[in-house]
Design a protein around this ligand. Structure first.
Ligand SMILES: NC(=O)c1ccc[n+]([C@@H]2O[C@H](COP(=O)([O-])OP(=O)(O)OC[C@H]3O[C@@H](n4cnc5c(N)ncnc54)[C@H](OP(=O)(O)O)[C@@H]3O)[C@@H](O)[C@H]2O)c1
Length: 327
């Protein structure tokens, strides 16, 4: 099969399109013919081996990439199933969040993490959902514990995670304020935000408004400054932040968690890759998608051969919505 392998750390130029053996599914696995994948910051962190601090912590390989084929989002068709697989048959349309392997024509996926593709989505739209939508679900429902009537602020509302978070918070009955750049104000309003703050003209920590939940996707403001806009029983959810060579966004995330231990308000961190309920999360996201309360926002579509270009674009950090790849 054709796959983009990652032989060493570096820029998107290190991604190498080559022929590798098609994987053989184990007894509990399904072989999926990948029809679409999407690009996430997760991919370029693993591609560049940054932040370096994550190499020491074991999240990234110390000297060489931990992952050989990037791509955490997969939407495709079941090609074959191991002997213990009961829920899927060849021909089924599926989607999944995988640790690696989406930048290839085939990938083996454990049955336990695979879900039927939402009926109303194309493969490209479905591939936009698992990692970003899963992160948003964990942030809004679990870490944020958003309830009807809550006022929720989403910092980083226009990106992959943010466009799902705005829609999910709204679907759960919250009043949503989105923070984004000037180009994306209309987009964030169109997906359901009640109010939109352009971060180039207004500082959301200085508007005088209070929120029950602040979702820190862009991670551009310190926790003490975000605390100013939280209600006394509010919650700050740590999701991400701008990348850096040595420490970021890990430094921002863990220092916020440490600071939160001394605050009266709740501070919680999201880790979608470490989450053990990915299939249940996908089933929940499918419900939101199939009844029309959530629609993936797809910014650009790239052909398989242009995966390095897709990664280069996502790395810039300003894609409005998701960047998907047709395979
Ligand atoms: N904890 C987890 O499990 C988890 C899972 C997935 C992702 N993440 C992290 O979450 C972050 C976002 O991921 P993503 O997939 O949504 O990335 P993305 O698609 O690249 O989106 C980033 C967004 O950040 C916005 N942004 C940039 N500067 C900003 C600023 N100064 N103020 C407010 N917003 C700003 C951009 O909006 P404009 O274009 O409008 O400027 C862009 O839409 C990354 O750090 C990623 O590593 C964490």
């Amino acid at each position: 099969m054709r796959a983009f392998v990652l032989p060493s750390y570096g820029s998107p130029d290190v991604l190498e399109l080559t022929d590798v053996p098609t994987p053989v599914p184990g007894d509990s696995q399904v072989l999926v013919r990948v029809r679409a994948t999407s690009v996430n910051p997760y991919d370029w962190h693993h591609m560049r081996g940054e932040p370096y601090a994550a190499r020491l912590g074991g999240g990234l390989g110390r000297r060489a990439p931990k992952l050989s084929i990037l791509g955490a989002d997969v939407a495709g068709v079941v090609e074959a199933a191991g002997k213990d697989v009961t829920a899927f048959r060849p021909g089924d349309e599926v989607y999944a969040l995988v640790e690696q392997g989406g930048f290839a024509e085939y990938v083996c996926v454990e049955e336990s993490v695979l879900a039927p593709k939402p009926k109303n989505l194309s493969f490209e739209q479905a591939a936009a959902v698992p990692l970003a939508g899963g992160t948003a679900l964990l942030a809004v429902r679990d870490a944020g514990r958003v309830l009807p009537g809550h006022k929720v602020l989403v910092n980083g509302a226009s990106g992959g995670v943010g466009t799902f978070a705005v829609q999910l918070a709204r679907a759960m009955g919250a009043e949503v304020t989105g923070v984004c750049g000037p180009r994306n104000v209309d987009l964030v309003r169109s997906i359901g935000a009640d109010d939109v703050i352009d971060y180039t003209t207004r500082d959301f920590t200085r508007t005088g408004r209070r929120y029950d939940v602040v979702l820190g996707i862009a991670g551009t403001r310190t926790l003490p400054s975000c605390r100013r806009v939280l209600t006394p029983r509010g919650a700050y959810v740590i999701i991400g932040g701008a990348g850096g060579r040595w420490l970021q966004p890990m430094g921002y995330m863990f220092s916020s968690l440490a600071t939160g231990a001394f605050m009266s308000q709740r501070v919680a961190m999201v880790d979608v890759v470490g989450c053990t309920h990915t299939k249940e999360n996908l089933m929940t996201l499918s419900e939101f998608v199939e009844d029309g309360r959530v629609t993936p926002v797809v910014d650009r579509r790239y052909p398989f051969e242009e995966i390095p270009e897709a990664v280069r674009y996502v790395e810039k950090g300003h894609a409005p919505g998701k960047v998907v790849v047709t395979i």
